[in-house]
Design a protein. Structure first.
Length: 108
């Protein structure tokens, strides 16, 4: 079962050095357990571009989809045997990065 763990940030800035150490340790634990698929951080949403080319509309914006205080600042993709393990890892990831996270399962 594959899951996306999205990190929710209030645009307070990148992780502190202590948070980055905890995140690196969390990533190493995912790798050691064989659950790690991919992880990445995202740039500030001010640089986001929304593109709509449905029906050849050729529209783009120089703004994020949502104008909100909270945005996604990073994510993990994990591959685990159960939702319970994914939930436990989401709690661990939230603690490591010191932010809220959202857990969502991929369609199988």
């Amino acid at each position: 079962m594959k899951f996306l763990i999205s990190v929710i940030d209030n645009l307070s800035g990148s992780g502190t050095p202590e948070e980055m150490i905890a995140i690196d340790a969390f990533n190493e634990g995912l790798r050691a357990s064989g659950y790690f698929v991919f992880a990445g951080g995202l740039t500030d949403p001010k640089g986001a571009i929304v593109i709509d080319n449905r029906g050849g509309a050729n529209i783009s914006t120089n703004a994020p989809l949502f104008a909100a205080e909270e945005n996604f600042s990073g994510f993990w993709i994990i591959d685990v045997p159960s939702k319970d393990i994914a939930l436990s890892l989401a709690f661990d990831g939230s603690k490591a990065c010191n932010r809220k996270v959202e857990l969502r399962e991929f369609f199988s």
